[in-house]
Design a protein around this ligand. Structure first.
Ligand SMILES: C[S@@+](CC[C@H](N)C(=O)[O-])C[C@H]1O[C@@H](n2cnc3c(N)ncnc32)[C@H](O)[C@@H]1O
Length: 404
């Protein structure tokens, strides 16, 4: 499924003055240069477009139309991607696999006629919808692959407690609010498959390390699943689901296809996501969990965007609720970004790097404990399970890099 609608009628217009001085434009150009060398360095199309913007102050300065917290290269890339997904008839579309669909092969990035930059530049400077996105939109993602970590993490605290009441903080479009929507295939020395009868999308994930997570014999029972987000995206609204796709990088075709499949499922059974602040809504969301269900709160790649004080506020709120009610909190975040929350060290003593840590906190009879369940790729491409019984690996298998 490619999320498109008819092309938008537009006349090329003079770009709106952005009022920035040369130093500000240079700062934006520098952001594009950094982005080209780091985040998108291996993606030929996006690297070329960012290199182009890094040496073209007029284009780089377009970011100054956005509010300061949104002046990031991905906003301009997404704004242009969105107008192409909406059906804009630009030659630039030939370089975007997401726009072409599976039937066509995207054009290779090269010099002369094979250079996408002049076409990108035209849209970046003159398309009114691009300008509108720059002024009003926020980059937003919903990374379905993270469910590969959430699913065993939720099970590790739920076990045989009965049905679960799931609450996701910073849920975006809610695609990860109920991980039992999907089936799972974990690849590695000890492959595991967990595919429920209802799963129409199978997520694949590499298992690293020497331990494997326990898996439920069949998908656990979900009594309720609700998300909260400051800016929830509505999967039933074409412009919202298209924007989610626009914020992805078109050359990452497997991620884009996974997102599109999850969006298609979500339009059939829409996730519930409430608008609001996660700390402010927490207690009412927990109070709404049906009787007999065990509340498990989840958060992936959202807590690191909160200030230290807001992280402490959230922890204080969980502590307050946990004095009177058993509950669990499972989160996946980069350790250095969440100094306001407990971060149990890895059980093997390996010092934290830039991996995403998977942590479970539990409040039982008014007492709290926390467990480092594992580490994971930020998008869930792999997980390394750290908690639980050792798994014996054949002596002739690859040595584990952690211990060799
Ligand atoms: C990087 S996205 C991650 C979305 C989703 N958790 C995932 O893993 O795909 C962060 C999300 O958190 C939301 N968010 C940020 N601060 C928030 C807050 N204080 N309360 C509720 N949502 C928040 C943003 O709107 C955004 O949708």
């Amino acid at each position: 499924m490619v999320v498109t609608q008819g092309p938008i009628a537009w006349e090329p217009h003079e770009p709106t003055g952005v009022g920035g001085d040369n130093a500000e434009a240079l700062a934006m150009a520098h952001l594009f240069s950094e982005f080209a060398e780091t985040a998108v360095s291996k993606l030929a199309l996006y690297r070329r477009l960012c290199e182009g913007a890094a040496t073209d102050l007029e284009v780089a300065a377009r970011l100054l139309l956005a509010p300061p917290d949104q002046q990031v290269p991905n906003l301009l890339l997404a704004a242009v991607h969105d107008v192409l997904l909406a059906g804009e008839q630009s030659p630039l579309a030939q370089w975007y696999p997401t726009v072409l669909g599976e039937a066509s092969v995207a054009r290779k990035v090269g010099d002369g006629d094979d250079d996408p930059w002049p076409h990108f530049r035209t849209l970046a400077l003159h398309h009114p919808q691009v300008e509108m996105h720059l002024k009003t939109a926020r980059t937003q993602t919903n990374e379905v692959g993270r469910c590969s970590a959430l699913y065993p993490a939720i099970w590790s605290v739920l076990a045989n407690r009965g049905p679960v009441g799931l609450i996701e903080l910073g849920a975006s479009a809610g695609l990860n609010t109920d991980p039992t929507r999907y089936g799972y295939r974990y690849l590695g020395d000890q492959p595991i498959t967990s595919i429920g009868p209802k799963a129409k999308l199978i997520l694949e994930c590499q298992l690293r390390g020497i331990r494997v997570p326990q898996m439920p014999p069949e998908p656990f029972e979900v009594a309720s699943a609700v998300g909260v987000d400051l800016n929830p995206l509505n999967v039933g609204r074409l412009s919202d689901s298209r924007w989610l796709l626009a914020c992805q990088w078109p050359e990452e075709t497997d991620r884009c296809a996974q997102l599109q499949a999850a969006l298609a499922l979500a339009t059939v059974v829409p996730p519930q996501v409430r608008r609001g602040d996660l700390a402010h809504e927490l207690s009412s969301l927990i109070a709404a969990v049906p009787d007999g269900a065990y509340p498990i709160v989840t958060a992936t790649w959202v807590l690191g965007y909160l200030s230290l004080n807001r992280q402490r506020e959230l922890l204080g709120e969980l502590e307050r609720i946990g004095r009177h009610r058993d509950l669990a909190f499972v989160f996946a975040e980069q350790p250095e970004r969440i100094p306001g929350l407990p971060m149990p060290p890895r059980s093997d003593g390996v010092v934290d790097g830039r991996s995403t840590a998977l942590v479970a906190m539990e409040w039982v009879d008014g007492r709290r404990n926390e467990t480092r369940l594992g580490d994971m790729h930020p998008h869930g491409r792999w997980i390394e399970w750290l908690e639980g019984p050792n798994v014996w690996v054949p002596v002739d298998s690859e040595p584990n890099p952690l211990f060799s």
